[in-house]
Design a protein around this ligand. Structure first.
Ligand code: MV4
Length: 448
C-alpha cells in the first residue's frame, strides 16, 4: 500500500480524501492556491504546498505546478478528486511518465470514454442500450436528415467532446436541422477544439439515473447500485438519492448489469459512474461515463457501507476488490442535499463571504461532509459547494423526515445557502411521491 499521496484538489473533496488516507495509515500532501491559504482543512494534511494564485487556471489546473508539489512532497500517487484535472487524460499521462500513480483509470480508458461518440460505440458493442441515433459522427447533412427522419423529430445534436450538458442542440424539425448541426459544430469547435457531433432521438423529460461501479486490476467489476439524480437545475445536481424511487427492481438490476458490461468492455479500473436517462416508460439508455469519483458518491457509500475513496486507493495500489457482487447489499435509503453558497431567491447567484455562525446537525444516520466552519471565508473563485448533508434511514419516507429535521438544525449565517430551497423541494408532493424527472426543479420552482 502507498505510504504517501498528494491530493490535487481543494474543499470538501480534499478533506474527504484526507480522511480516507488517515484511516488507511497513508500520509497526505495537500495543495492550495493563494485563495485557499490558511483554510482549516489543510491542517489535517501532513504537508501542504502552494501551487499558485487563486484562479484555478493558474493553480489547481497547472499540471507542472501540481507535479512539482508531488515531486517535492515525495508522493507515490495522486488523487485528483472531481473537477480540475480529474478527467484530463494528458495530466494522467504526465503522472505516468513521472512514475506517479494516478488514482483513476488509465489514460487510454479515460480518452476512449471522454469521447462521447466512442463511449457510445463501446456501449453498443457491449449490448448496452443507447438512444436511437446516428451510427457515428455526422459527416454529411443528407445523412443527418435521413437518420433524423428515420428516428423521428425532435432530435438532439451532441458534441462528442461535450458532456454534462455542454454543446447540445435540439432540432424540432427538418427545417432547423441543418442550422442546428452547424451551430453545434461551431460551438463545439470553439469550446473543445473538436467539431465532432452526433445525433440522438430527443427523450422528453427523462429521469437521470446513474450506476456506481468499481473495477480493479484483476478483472473484477462490481456495481454499487444506482443513484437518482434528476433533481437538478441547469445540469447542476441539487439532490441525489439511492435507491432510485419508483423504478422497478428488474429495471434497476438490468441497468446495473448493463453498466458492468460496458465497464468490462473498455478495460476500465477505478471507481466510475455510468449515466443513463430513463424515459417515461422506464426504458433506459446509456448517456456517458464519468471516469472519476463524483460529488454524490456518499449516497452509494451509505446504502452499501463501502468506502469508495478507500476502494479507489486500494485499486490503484493493485489490490483486488475485498468484496464480490454478492456482498454488495443496497440497504435502506440515502439522500444527499448539496449545500451551496448560493442565493436560491436570487436565481442561485453565488454568495461568497464569511460564515459568521455555523451549527452542524447530527444524530443517527446524519453525515455532513464539509470543509466549512464558523469563521470560514467562502472564496469567490471556485464552485459554490460548501458541504453535503447526507442521511441514511431504513426507508425513503424516514430519510426525507430525517433530512428535513437535519436541514432545520443546520445553521449557516453570514452567507446565503441552498438549504432553504431543499426544505421546499423535500416537502413537495412530486418529490415525496418520487415522481421526479430532470425538468422537475425548473418546472415547479423556477418558472414564473
Ligand atoms: C439527453 C436528453 C434527452 N435526450 N439525450 C444532458 C447532459 C448529458 N449528460 C446528457 N443530457 C441529456 N441527454 C437525449 N437523447 C436530456 C439530457 C438532459 C439531462 C440529462 C441528465 C441530467 C439532466 C439533464 C437535463 C437536461 C437534459
Amino acid at each position: 500500500m502507498y505510504k504517501r499521496i498528494l491530493i490535487a484538489n481543494r474543499g470538501e473533496i480534499a478533506l474527504r480524501v484526507i480522511r480516507a488516507c488517515r484511516e488507511m495509515g497513508i500520509e497526505t500532501v495537500a495543495i492550495f492556491s493563494e485563495g485557499d491559504r490558511g483554510s482549516a482543512y489543510l491542517d489535517l494534511a501532513d504537508e501542504a504546498y502552494c501551487v499558485g494564485p487563486a484562479k484555478s487556471a493558474l493553480s489547481y489546473l497547472k499540471i507542472d505546478q501540481v507535479i512539482s508539489a508531488a515531486e517535492v512532497g515525495n508522493v507515490e500517487a495522486i488523487h485528483p478528486g472531481y473537477g480540475f484535472l480529474a478527467e484530463n487524460a494528458h495530466f494522467n499521462e504526465v503522472c505516468r511518465s513521472c512514475k506517479i500513480d494516478f488514482i483513476g483509470p488509465s489514460p487510454e480508458a479515460m480518452e476512449k470514454l471522454g469521447d462521447k461518440n466512442s463511449a457510445r460505440a463501446i456501449a453498443r458493442e457491449a449490448n448496452v442500450p443507447v438512444v436511437p441515433g446516428s451510427d457515428g459522427l455526422l459527416t454529411d447533412e443528407s445523412d443527418a436528415v435521413r437518420v433524423a427522419n428515420e428516428i423521428g423529430f425532435p432530435v438532439l445534436i451532441k458534441a462528442t467532446a461535450g458532456g454534462g450538458g455542454k454543446g447540445m442542440r435540439v432540432a424540432a424539425n427538418e427545417l432547423v436541422l441543418k442550422s442546428a448541426i452547424q451551430q453545434a459544430q461551431t460551438e463545439a469547435q470553439a469550446a473543445f477544439g473538436n467539431a465532432g457531433v452526433y445525433l440522438e432521438k430527443y427523450v422528453e423529460r427523462p429521469r437521470h439515473v446513474e450506476v456506481q461501479i468499481v473495477a480493479d486490476h484483476h478483472g473484477n467489476v462490481v456495481h454499487l447500485w444506482e443513484r437518482e439524480c434528476s433533481t437538478q437545475r441547469r445540469h447542476q445536481k441539487l439532490i441525489e438519492e439511492s435507491p432510485a424511487p419508483n423504478l422497478p427492481l428488474e429495471t434497476r438490476e438490468a441497468m446495473c448489469e448493463a453498466a458492468v458490461r460496458l465497464i468490462r468492455n473498455c478495460e476500465y479500473t477505478n471507481a466510475g459512474t455510468v449515466e443513463f436517462i430513463v424515459d417515461q416508460q422506464n426504458n433506459f439508455y446509456f448517456i456517458e461515463v464519468n471516469a472519476r469519483i463524483q460529488v454524490e458518491h456518499p449516497v452509494s457509500e451509505m446504502v452499501t457501507g463501502i468506502d469508495l475513496i478507500q476502494t479507489q486507493i486500494a485499486i490503484a495500489a493493485g489490490q483486488p476488490l475485498p468484496f464480490t457482487q454478492a456482498d454488495v447489499v443496497q440497504r435502506g435509503a440515502a439522500i444527499e442535499c448539496r449545500i451551496n453558497a448560493e442565493n436560491p431567491d436570487r436565481n442561485f447567484q453565488p454568495s461568497p463571504g464569511k460564515i459568521e455562525q455555523m451549527f452542524v446537525p447530527g444524530g443517527l444516520g446524519v453525515r455532513f461532509d464539509s470543509h466549512a466552519h464558523q469563521g470560514y471565508i467562502v472564496p469567490p473563485h471556485y464552485d459554490s459547494l460548501i458541504g453535503k448533508l447526507i442521511v441514511h434511514q431504513p426507508t425513503r419516507a424516514k430519510a426525507i423526515a430525517c433530512m428535513l429535521r437535519a436541514l432545520d438544525e443546520l445553521r449557516i449565517e453570514g452567507i446565503a445557502t441552498t438549504a432553504s430551497f431543499h426544505k421546499k423541494v423535500l416537502q413537495h408532493a412530486e418529490f415525496v411521491e418520487g415522481r421526479v424527472d430532470t425538468s422537475f426543479v425548473e418546472r415547479v420552482f423556477l418558472s414564473k
